[in-house]
Design a protein around this ligand. Structure first.
Ligand SMILES: Cc1cc2nc3c(=O)[nH]c(=O)nc-3n(C[C@H](O)[C@H](O)[C@H](O)COP(=O)(O)OP(=O)(O)OC[C@H]3O[C@@H](n4cnc5c(N)ncnc54)[C@H](O)[C@@H]3O)c2cc1C
Length: 392
């Protein structure tokens, strides 16, 4: 259906219908702003349907001392478990430790203790050592050289369904979400942006007081289409591949260590199959064309075979998504994962760009982005609080 928006002025125009765009739309609508979202394809067509689907603090970020990130993510996990119980579930995670595993049992125990503390010692922050007598029930996990298995809990979701539910929530608060509309550019006309978007063969216009650039891996393309060009940061795109294997592990998620380079790899039940991911490979080129390399598929399959030697390991599907990481000298694995919000004017922003981020922390990120945008917007009457608004 074609939408004539030329007569309206929105407070916020969000570009990108991934989890950050969806969250920004919902946060804006909840704050009472007139909000519009433009998505080139379908909701979650980009990274937000290619994640590992974990709503988690990120145990492995403790190794790089990203304590603030882990704490915020665990708080968001608790919020999502409360407001989206049909979409976010707690799942048992297992960490097997073999004789040759680099992270020793004391280190895992220390990490899980800190993880529990950062999670506010909630009942779901408990962990245990799985008794040897139960190892045989762990989906055929290799027991040769196995020293210990730890079990703790974290969240799993359907990432694309979460995006759709957050957009639906925003719409129920009066926001407009337009899919199959490509943002083509924006220019400042006096106090408002003239936003151009492509609908079918037509270029249409909408007007907005602020823009939120939530285009994920396309963030720089969107930024380059805005006049005057807003500030940005140097980024690197890092591809992360998953493979899908026939047959499902049943007892939860496994946290494996890839034999090739000791990186963490997850083995997860997913819609009757098993997902194994991810890799971290710097990527250049069109974000829409990202796909796993043969080497990445082999790396994930080999890791799965090392941990589950008795199970069929034929790969039935594979795909990749792109992380947006600030450029610095470190390898992707050691790179900081905090989200960066970049705006043109701290006192009264006309544009806020969301760089990086995690699915888990989308709500907190979106609230911060809209709080920043609100500095330059008229006062509106708050309609809802996203910390308590049920989704799904
Ligand atoms: C492999 C991998 C695994 C991950 N696993 C996890 C995990 O388990 N847990 C976790 O918390 N986080 C995880 N993350 C991080 C998380 O997935 C991302 O931070 C999040 O999905 C990014 O969402 P986004 O909305 O910023 O970008 P995207 O989801 O990519 O959305 C951007 C959208 O913008 C649209 N767009 C682009 N250009 C235009 C235009 N010109 N006009 C209109 N629309 C446009 C695109 O079509 C796309 O839909 C993972 C990331 C990767 C890469």
């Amino acid at each position: 259906m074609s939408a004539d928006l030329s007569g309206e002025t929105f407070d916020v125009a969000v570009v990108g219908g991934g989890i950050h765009g969806a969250g920004a739309l919902q946060a804006a609508a909840a704050a009472g702003f007139r909000a519009l979202l433009l998505e080139e394809r379908e909701p979650a067509a980009g990274t937000s349907s290619r994640s590992s689907k974990l709503i988690h603090g990120g145990l492995r970020y403790l190794e790089t001392f990203q304590l603030g990130l882990v704490k915020e993510s665990l708080a968001e996990r608790a919020t999502l478990l409360r407001i989206a119980p049909s979409l976010v579930k707690l799942v048992p995670f297992h960490i097997p430790v073999y004789r040759d595993t680099s992270r020793r049992p004391w280190k895992i125990r220390a990490g899980l203790t800190l993880y529990g503390l950062l999670g506010g010692l909630a009942p779901d922050a408990r962990f245990e050592r799985v008794p040897r007598s139960d190892w045989a029930s762990l989906d055929g996990l290799a027991t040769d050289g196995l020293d210990a298995v730890f079990r703790y809990f974290d969240g799993q979701t359907d990432d694309a369904a979460l995006v759709r539910a957050v957009i639906a929530s925003a719409e129920s608060l009066g926001a407009r979400a337009l899919t199959r509309r490509r943002f083509a550019g924006a220019s400042l006309e006096g106090e408002t942006w003239e936003v151009r978007y492509v609908e079918g063969a037509e270029v249409r216009i909408a007007r907005a007081r602020t823009i939120v650039n939530a285009a994920g891996p396309w963030i720089e393309d969107v930024r380059s289409r805005i006049d005057p060009r807003p500030p940005g940061i140097e980024i690197e795109l890092v591809g992360g591949a998953h493979v899908e294997i026939e047959g499902s592990v049943e007892r939860g998620i496994y946290y494996a260590e890839a034999p090739a380079d000791r990186r963490a790899v997850f083995v997860m039940p997913w819609k009757g199959r098993t997902l194994v991911g991810t890799t971290e490979t710097p990527y250049r080129g069109d974000p829409a064309a990202v796909k796993p390399t043969a080497g990445e598929i082999e790396y994930l399959q080999t890791t799965f075979e090392r941990y589950f030697p008795g199970r069929a390991s034929a790969v039935s599907a594979s795909w990749a998504g792109l992380r947006v990481l600030p450029r610095d000298g470190r390898t992707p694995f050691l790179r900081r994962r905090e989200t960066r919000l970049v705006c043109d004017d701290e006192r009264a922003p006309r544009i806020v760009s969301i760089y990086g981020g995690k699915l888990t922390a989308y709500r907190a990120t979106a609230e911060k982005a809209i709080a920043l945008a609100a500095r330059g917007l008229p006062q509106r009457k708050t309609l809802a609080d996203t910390r308590t608004l049920a989704i799904g």
